[in-house]
Every structure is written in C-alpha cells, then in structure tokens.
Design a protein around this ligand. Sequence first.
Ligand code: CMC
Length: 436
Amino acid sequence: MTPSDVKATLSFSDGSPSMELPIYKGSIGPDVIDIRKLYGQTGKFTYDPGFLSTASCNSTITYIDGDKGELLYRGYPIEQLAVNCDFLETCHLLLYGDLPNEAQKNDFTARVTNHTMVNEQMQFFLRGFRRDAHPMAIMTGLVGALSAFYHDSTDINNPQHREIAAIRLIAKMPTLVAMAFKYSMGQPYMYPRNNLSYASNFMRMMFATPCDEYVPNDVLVRAMDRIFILHADHEQNASTSTVRLCGSSGTNPFAAIAAGVACLWGPAHGGANEACLNMLEEIQRNGGVEKIGEFIKQVKDKNSSVKLMGFGHRVYKNYDPRAKLMRETCHEVLGALGLGNDPLFKLAMALEKIALEDEYFVARKLYPNVDFYSGIVQRAIGIPVSLFTAIFALARTVGWIAQLNEMIADPEYKIGRPRQLFVGAAKRDVKPIGQR
Ligand code: CMC
C-alpha cells in the first residue's frame, strides 16, 4: 500500500487527545484512512453498518468507478474484455493477474477441461433433494459437498491446494448447475464434453439428451459466454465479502464458496435477475405496457415496499456498464431467435424508458443494472427463471476464488471479526422464574 503525504487528524470535543491517522493511496479511486490503531489508542470503534464508507481489504483484482459507470478487471475495461476475450481468458486474468497468451490459454483450458466431471457419488447426493427444490438450495448443498470429495485440495494455507481447488471449482460449476437443472426436469445427466468450449459444453449439458444431440447456436453460445464474463467479478460485494469472511477462518475453499452461493441467492444481490423476470411477467399478466404507470406509482410509494427490480446499485450511480453490454446481447439473441417482438422484451424497454425519465429514479441515480437484461436473454435461450441465480453463481465462482486466494496470500490477513455498538441491556441478575 502506498502511504500518502497527507494525514487525517481525529479530534474529540471532550478534550481527549486527538489522533493522527495514516492515509493510503489507491492506484485509482478513493484513498483510505487507516483506522487499525484507533481502538488501541482511543478505545473507540468506527460505526458503518452496510460498509458504506469502509474498505474491508486492499485488492488488485477489480475496480469500479460507480459515478462514471466503469468496470475494470485487472485494469482492462469490461467493454474490451466482453468483445475480445472469452470466459476462460477472463478467468485466467482474474486468477493470475493477466490475460493469457496462446500457449497459456491452451494450457489453462486443458487444466480446466481435465476437471469437468464430478465424482459419480454426487448424483446420489442430488437424489436427496425434492425434484422441485430451488436450484440455489441444491447448489449451496452441492458446492459445500465438494469438500467431502476432494480431500487433496482443502488446505487453504497450501498454495497448491488453493490452485487445484480454483481449477476444480471453475471446471465443475457448469456440471453441477446442469445436473441441478436435469434433476428438476427428471432427465438423465449429460456428462461434459471436453472438446467443446466452456459455454458450449455448459449448454450441451443443459439441453442435450441421450436421444437428441444439442447443436450449439453460435449467437446463443456467445451470449452465454458474455453473461459469464460480465458476472465474473465485482469487487467487494456482499457474496464476495462473505467468501472472504468465511475463508478468513481458514475453512476450505469449497465451504467458503458455498457461503458465497448462499449469500448470492438473496433478491437484493444475485437473486435480482430472477426477481426482475418475475416482476416483468407479473406486469405482463396484469395488463402489460398499459399498466406500467400504475406499477411505477407503487414503486414510488414509500409504504408499498415494491421495488423496480433490475434497477439501482450500491456502487453504480450511473448506467451499469454491464447492462449496456447485456442490452446489446439481448438484441442479438432475440434477433437470432426471431423474438424481436417478444412482449416481455418490449415491456422491459418501455419500463426502462419511463424509469430513466422519471424524476424519482433520476434524482436517486437509479439506472438499470445487468440483471435487467440478463434475465430476458436467459429466458430466450430456454433457461428456466429459477436457474438464473445458479448461472450467476457459476460465473462469479472465479471472482470469489480469486478474491479468496488474494486474501490468503496477503501476509497481513487476519480472521475477519467486526465489532459492534452494544445498545442492549447492561449487566443484570437472573431472577427465579416466579419473579420474572
Ligand atoms: N426501486 C425503487 N427504489 C429504489 C430502488 C429500486 N430498485 N433501488 C433503490 N431505491 C431507492 C430507495 O428506496 C431509496 O430511496 P429513499 O432515498 O427515498 O429512501 C434510494 O433509492 C436509495 O436506495 P438504497 O436502498 O439506499 O440503495 P442501496 O445502495 O442500499 O441499495 C440495491 C442498492 C441494489 C440493494 C437496491 O437498488 C435494490 O434493491 N435494487 C433492486 C434489486 C436489484 O436489482 N439488485 C441487483 C443489483 S446488481 C447485481 C449484483 O451486483 O448483485
């Protein structure tokens, strides 16, 4: 970390001695005030629920400028990666710090494809679930269960274990998501095909059956690959912070990633794409474009708790750059499938237009996020709505594991242990039950 010449001074109005706090400079983005010695010197904690002003770590992986609407993976703009690279190149970038050359790409692809199968026992584990179980419930279980199968990669302090766990997780997530889908359909699982690209293999495992081969459509494969790239990492969001916190106890990588999957499930995070499509379908059922005005009125009503899903972001206070790319992909996919007049897509466009012009959304800097479009694309590809978040988890796995490995390799890392402002009862005595 690069120290700044500027220092912060914290002073108190009760005459307690003031304290000088060091400041560190980021390579881009805001500087941070180092408060690590604050408690030792003043006996006080900082208070920041939701981490609105707190950098929980230093990182070299992903940078977001929310005001500009900019997203960089290891310095590369997401717009360039989405157009010039595929998902496995992006994984290499996130994990090892740079884009692979031809030989590195071939080697990395070979290493990933070597691990695409899961232990055959996994299918018996799956059978314990109800057929109508939510795929994210299944994924939370399956990913955690990987730690019971791969004992040679569970020591988080061993760099070789971390490396092989990273490769296994990236390789096996598509297989597990496709298995969860096939299980819900009552169809046989399709084994991976290692001569296919990462995205084609996933789509084949999803849509082929032993009696019908799946012929990949290039536009759809590219769209799926782009969904993976756009969701691969997003700095210290809720699920990534969960993975870091969980991993900070020294637990194995599979358990830490399972914690990330569980966190991602929430509708304010990865579950938003599912929630967004459900919202569009409900507006459509209740009258479609004609009823948008009424719906927006409910969203703006403080007492209604209705949100415009797929809009707003904790960090982006401008158009989410991923949403721009996904919007483009959405047009391509619907065009390729002859669904240009798809009523849900038209509804989404109308909703976006109205929301972007409405004072409520403008004043709060609420713009569409990636989930606003990714759901429409996935639905057009034939993916059921309940599987959307599992696909997000598949894509985000590389980001989680890159962030986890970065934390463990940092010599300054400590178990995460936030403190609190206690406002409950002070010490008191237990009374016998008859006197309470
Ligand atoms: N619809 C209506 N109002 C909204 C929305 C929305 N989607 N998002 C924020 N607001 C309002 C909110 O009510 C508040 O209004 P006021 O100032 O009058 O109280 C104001 O905007 C600020 O919102 P906030 O809740 O303080 O913002 P936040 O940074 O805590 O929340 C968010 C960010 C993503 C949780 C929220 O915008 C949201 O719930 N959006 C819908 C869910 C969604 O699409 N999530 C996906 C995020 S992108 C995928 C990912 O990275 O996981």
